[in-house]
Write a protein that binds this ligand. Structure first.
Ligand code: SF4
Length: 495
């Protein structure tokens, strides 16, 4: 059986869709290709278990729709699995219909957080054969392939349409019970790692690549986070296994920077062992490391150890400078901890990056300005280096989506518009649509303080620093356009 793991292309004036590895969703103006770690594990596991596997990321391969149809027709897979998210689900319904027309015998599968939230919906809109729910695409797809080719019983989480009765049936609720240490390492050649090794703002040093120590986040409570739907318990690999993979990536592929995209990187004893392992194996002299972390968790000694182990980029989901918002989002922690954490990370020599959002239905304009002021202050003090700002979106399956439905906040249910570039929830009385776009731009502009710019210019040591700063500046300009009132509308897909 031949299996294709895929993201069919969605050519759009909005830019490149960031479908994989995103707990939310964005189109990026500048090319950005994030390594789809769990689908890459799926490809590697299927190959290890004897299946013929093709990597078909039409987005990262920068294909047009006709190119992808030719590619699909030439490869002739027996099964194609596509990861979708809410803002692209309508396009992927169209793609499933088009692919079924091209090769009616090919089994089509949709997976991801959107279909996990609404598993039956896809059957109303396209001739999809199976919907796989839950986040362990690797083990679920292996089970499905074994079911189709060897008659293995289906595990929980799979949906299909009964052809005789026309009703959607399922194999029960998905369970995340597999031990992540039982997975093979990702087959980087099979999954075309080089496609994702340069065009990514998380890398200063290239080639870079991704790992995932855990699925997905040991906190796992934020009410807006779409991966709390697909990963409802936390598991991680051992620090030793993770170090073995780092060592392999450095030796075999010459990787210079690694970003670990676990929702929140393991802390405590795991983190200590991992950092010490990087140092003991001499990997801290060969590779730069990055990860996602929650503010308010680590102490100065942890940050210092990470600094010694050559961590550079750490991404923090700050979300808002208002305690009421942090509490409502179940973000955990306090506003005071945000600044404290950035200060400690910076002191240890790291380069913190924060993400924040505006457009909460309960936030006033003043509240949103507080968030801008917080980021501005952090830049001024030299505690953070980069940031990302978006408009909060209630993704299906999340508690925030349920709250938005219950309270009548949703302004539209057109999934194409759930892309964090415009508000889809009612704003607080007195806050205007255009203001929210301007406030988002305001967050991006907040770094333009004379002290920050001077400090950055003074920090230039080599050509790599110049290139990195130029890339970061280009990305900020791109993001300012993302939130312009005249941003491009999503055109229809021509397949
Ligand atoms: S910290 Fe919150 S937003 Fe981030 S991955 Fe965990 S649950 Fe999701």
């Amino acid at each position: 059986m031949k299996v294709m793991i895929s993201y069919p292309p969605i050519p759009s004036e909005k830019g490149v869709p960031l479908i994989s590895q995103n707990r939310q969703f964005q189109w990026f103006n500048r090319p950005t290709f994030i390594y789809p770690v769990v689908p890459a594990y799926a490809a590697s596991l299927l190959k290890e278990r004897g299946y013929d596997v093709v990597w078909g990321d039409g987005v990262a391969m920068q294909m047009g729709t006709d190119d992808f149809k030719l590619f699909f027709d030439r490869e002739k897979p027996d099964l194609i699995a596509i990861e979708a998210k809410t803002p692209v689900i309508k396009f992927y319904w169209e793609w499933v219909s088009a692919l079924k027309k091209l090769r009616p015998g090919c089994v089509t599968v949709l997976m991801g957080d959107h279909v996990t939230a609404f598993p039956e919906e896809a059957f109303e809109h396209c001739p999809v054969d199976f919907v796989v729910t839950g986040g362990d695409f690797d083990w679920s797809l292996l089970n499905l392939a074994n079911h189709l080719s060897k008659g293995e019983a289906l595990e929980g989480g799979v949906y299909w349409k009964d052809p005789k009765e026309g009703v959607v049936r399922n194999s029960g609720t998905f369970k995340l019970e597999k031990n992540l240490n039982d997975n093979p390492f990702i087959d980087r050649e099979l999954t075309r790692w080089e496609l994702y090794s340069t065009e990514n703002g998380n890398f200063k040093y290239t080639p870079g690549t991704y790992q995932m120590a855990g699925r997905d986040c040991w906190w796992g409570k934020c009410t807006f986070c779409s991966w709390t739907t697909t990963f409802n318990n936390f598991r991680s690999v051992t620090p030793e296994r993770h170090l073995d993979e780092v060592e392999m990536l450095v030796k075999r592929y010459g990787v210079r920077e690694i970003f670990d995209d676990s929702g929140t990187f393991p802390a405590g004893g795991w983190l200590r062992k991992f950092c010490q392992g990087l140092i003991d194996r001499g990997l801290h002299k060969k590779v730069v490391y990055g990860c996602n972390m929650k503010p308010g968790i680590l102490k100065q000694e942890h940050w210092d150890l990470m600094g010694k182990a050559n961590f550079r980029f750490v991404l923090f989901g700050v979300e808002s400078a208002n305690q009421q918002t942090l509490d409502r989002l179940l973000k955990g922690g306090t506003v005071e901890e945000i600044e404290d954490t950035m200060r400690m990370a910076k002191k240890a020599g790291l380069q913190p990056h924060v993400t924040c959002m505006v457009g909460y239905p309960w936030e006033t304009k003043r509240d949103a300005e507080n968030t801008i002021n917080l980021t501005k202050g952090l830049f001024e003090k030299g505690y953070i280096d980069t940031l990302q700002a978006t408009i909060v979106i209630p993704y299906p399956g999340t508690p925030l989506y349920r709250e938005a439905k219950e309270k009548g906040w949703l302004l539209t249910e057109d999934y194409n518009r759930f892309d964090m570039r415009e508000p889809v929830m009612k704003l607080m009385e007195g806050v205007k649509y255009e203001e929210i776009l301007k406030l988002t731009q305001g967050i991006y502009k907040s770094f333009l303080t004379p002290r920050f710019v001077l400090r950055k210019l003074a920090s230039i040591r080599n050509l790599e620093d110049v290139k990195f700063l130029a890339m970061a500046a280009g990305r900020v300009i791109g993001h300012l356009t993302d939130f312009s009132v005249k941003q491009p509308k999503q055109e229809a897909l021509k397949i």
